[in-house]
Design a protein around this ligand. Structure first.
Ligand SMILES: NC(=O)c1ccc[n+]([C@@H]2O[C@H](COP(=O)([O-])OP(=O)(O)OC[C@H]3O[C@@H](n4cnc5c(N)ncnc54)[C@H](OP(=O)(O)O)[C@@H]3O)[C@@H](O)[C@H]2O)c1
Length: 230
């Protein structure tokens, strides 16, 4: 049966690829991003809005009233910011888009899902949530809180019939990652397959690729040792 799915941040990258795949398989999509949908006017409904603006919660309520109830929400919106000292002016905006707007989205959808005992929130996090990144501290901090929040909510809501999945990706081939070297990078098609797999199996967390996760985790232990001995 076709699902009704709200996708936040689906004009580009993984969100756009997931939208294309779900439309192709017959699901009903509503999207939000700052740019128009690449699928154009003949594609699914798409609202153009910055999720960090005060209008965002009102838009969510309007979409729930007009298009809901949604079966699933996939939160893909994120920005990165490389820290170039002494300018810290973009740091708070990264937290707003990557974390605060996700929490607002979650808050808008979950009460209805609890009353219907049905709903699935999928958030796209990063293997970098387990790492101190001096060059992009707001991005990694936003993802650390993002993952922690969603896993805690998954544990809290499971008995209410609401599923929450935190997907921790390594490098995916989109415009977002700016690193000079991107080991073990996957394609957006591979990332899409993982998202679709999670829609079916509804795990609390998926970390892929596993090898990248293990390497980053080891580096994090080395960082922790450095912090501990400093
Ligand atoms: N690519 C990677 O290597 C990688 C690795 C790990 C995790 N992830 C995560 O996967 C998710 C998707 O990343 P991606 O690589 O697909 O990034 P992307 O290609 O840059 O796409 C990001 C999407 O978010 C939207 N967006 C950004 N700021 C927004 C705002 N203020 N309001 C509304 N929409 C906004 C963008 O659309 P507009 O610009 O039109 O607003 C775009 O559709 C992110 O959460 C990211 O952290 C990515």
């Amino acid at each position: 049966m076709p699902q009704k799915i709200l996708i936040i941040g689906n004009s580009d990258g993984i969100g756009a690829a997931v939208t294309h795949a779900l439309v192709t398989q017959g699901d009903e999509i509503v999207g939000i991003s700052r740019s128009p949908s690449p699928l154009g006017n003949n594609g699914p409904r798409h609202e153009v809005l910055d999720v960090s603006t005060p209008e965002y919660p009102d838009l969510l309520q309007r979409l729930i009233a007009e298009e809901g109830p949604f079966d699933t929400c996939i939160y893909c919106a994120a920005i990165g910011s490389e820290l170039t000292l002494p300018d810290l002016s973009r740091e708070a905006q990264v937290i707003e888009v990557n974390l605060t707007a996700m929490v607002k989205t979650f808050a808008a959808l979950t009460p209805g899902w609890i009353s219907r005992k049905h709903g699935h929130f999928i958030g796209l996090s990063s293997l970098a949530d387990d790492f101190y990144n001096e060059d992009a501290p707001s991005y990694t901090a936003s993802k650390a809180a993002f993952s922690n929040y969603l896993v805690a909510m998954a544990l809290k809501l499971r008995s209410h019939g609401v599923h929450v999945t935190n997907i921790r990706f390594g490098y995916v081939d989109t415009k977002l990652p700016k690193a000079a070297r991107k080991p073990l990078m996957m394609s957006t098609a591979q990332a899409t397959d993982y998202v679709l797999q999670c829609m079916n199996t509804r795990p609390i967390q998926l970390s892929v690729p596993k090898l990248a996760g293990a390497i980053l985790h080891s580096l994090r232990w080395m960082q922790s040792f450095r912090v501990w001995t400093s």
